[in-house]
Design a protein around this ligand. Structure first.
Ligand code: PRT
Ligand code: ZN
Length: 293
């Protein structure tokens, strides 16, 4: 059996399905069965290791796995905030699992600035990243590491503040807390160890080409419309990417053309309305599955 790349993904949790969907979009398929922690791919030299997200940065750092899909928050905490040398790199931002690590306090507290946290007790599952953030700003606080349900700590009188992941803010709100400072923004990322063999580098670069195709396609749309020739210049100004559209003659209508273009941003109703105002008609916006430049 030739060289295979080993990829760690979250076994079950918020990032699992999207990670698998991304691989499927890349044409990579696995036979997944309950209880199995390693799956081999038949149509690509890749093995999948299904693990807890907390363990993924460590696996990559120690070369137990070559690459991994994990929240940037885990990489910040387990690798970048340790103060030690590391050989983990962020290769791609994947755009799903977006959230932020934030400081939060009881709603009634008046927090004028970051100095408020000086001498306070902060509960967090991200003690290193929180400490790094506060130290940089000259704030010394006591950080108490707790694994889960961080948001109940202030209400129980166990801490003055928390630092926790936030996405909609509903959890903070329902626990009587308010966000005061963002420590960092997070999303799922593809990480790699910088020390891979040339055979593995070659497999990774093939995989990255496919991932880029899927990511680019997910943020692009294919737009088709009809328009009078005289409106082409105005239409080009409406959507980025319309500078070089494909223009196709329409049979039986000398003064009209069909315009086709891949637009690098989501096309919303407003854009379509603006295209119409510029003279376009029969506007069709369709999703793109893959792009290979
Ligand atoms: O079992 P395993 O250890 O693998 O999973 P886990 O339970 O540790 O992680 P999981 O599946 O909950 O989350 C995996 C990753 O999803 C995280 O590491 C983040 O990168 C990302 N992510 C995105 C989030 C959230 N959004 C999120 N909102 N992870 C957790 N939350 C929690 C947060 O901790 C808080 O309790 O959701 C609550 C806040 O949500 P809102 O919407 O009320 O603000
Ligand atoms: Zn976890």
């Amino acid at each position: 059996m030739g060289t295979r790349l080993r990829l760690a993904v979250q076994k079950s949790g918020r990032l699992s399905q999207k990670s698998i969907d991304l691989l499927k979009g890349c044409g990579i398929h696995f036979e997944m069965s309950k209880g199995r922690l390693i799956c081999s791919c038949e149509d690509f030299p890749l093995d999948l290791l299904l693990v807890r997200d907390d363990d993924i940065p460590g696996y990559i750092e120690n070369l137990a796995c070559d690459i991994g899909i994990v929240g940037l928050n885990e990489v910040e905490e387990k690798v970048f905030s340790t103060g030690e040398k590391y050989s983990t790199e962020i290769t791609r931002r994947l755009g799903f699992g977006k959230c932020r690590l934030s400081l939060a306090v009881n709603k009634g507290e008046k927090v004028s600035g970051i100095e408020w946290f000086h001498g306070k007790k902060i509960a967090s599952s991200y003690p290193r990243a929180t400490k790094k953030f506060l130290n940089k700003r000259g704030v010394k606080a006591e950080i108490v590491e707790i694994a889960g349900s961080v948001e109940i700590a202030p209400g129980m009188g166990f801490a003055d503040a928390i630092s926790d992941l936030v996405s909609s803010g509903a959890t903070l709100h329902s626990n009587g807390l308010k966000e005061t400072h963002t420590i960092f923004e997070s999303e799922s990322v593809l990480i790699r160890n910088e020390k891979l063999s040339s055979e593995k580098e070659e497999i990774l670069s093939r995989l990255l080409k496919r991932i880029d195709g899927v990511l680019k396609a997910s943020t692009s749309k294919y737009i088709m419309m009809n328009a009078p020739k005289s409106a082409i210049e105005d239409i080009k100004k409406v959507v980025p990417g319309l500078e070089e559209p494909t223009i196709v003659p329409l049979s039986g209508a000398d003064d009209k053309v069909a315009i086709h273009v891949v637009a690098p941003e989501s096309v919303f109703w407003e854009t379509m309305e603006n295209l119409k105002l510029a003279g376009a008609s029969s506007i069709l916006v369709v999703p793109i599955e893959k792009i290979l430049d």
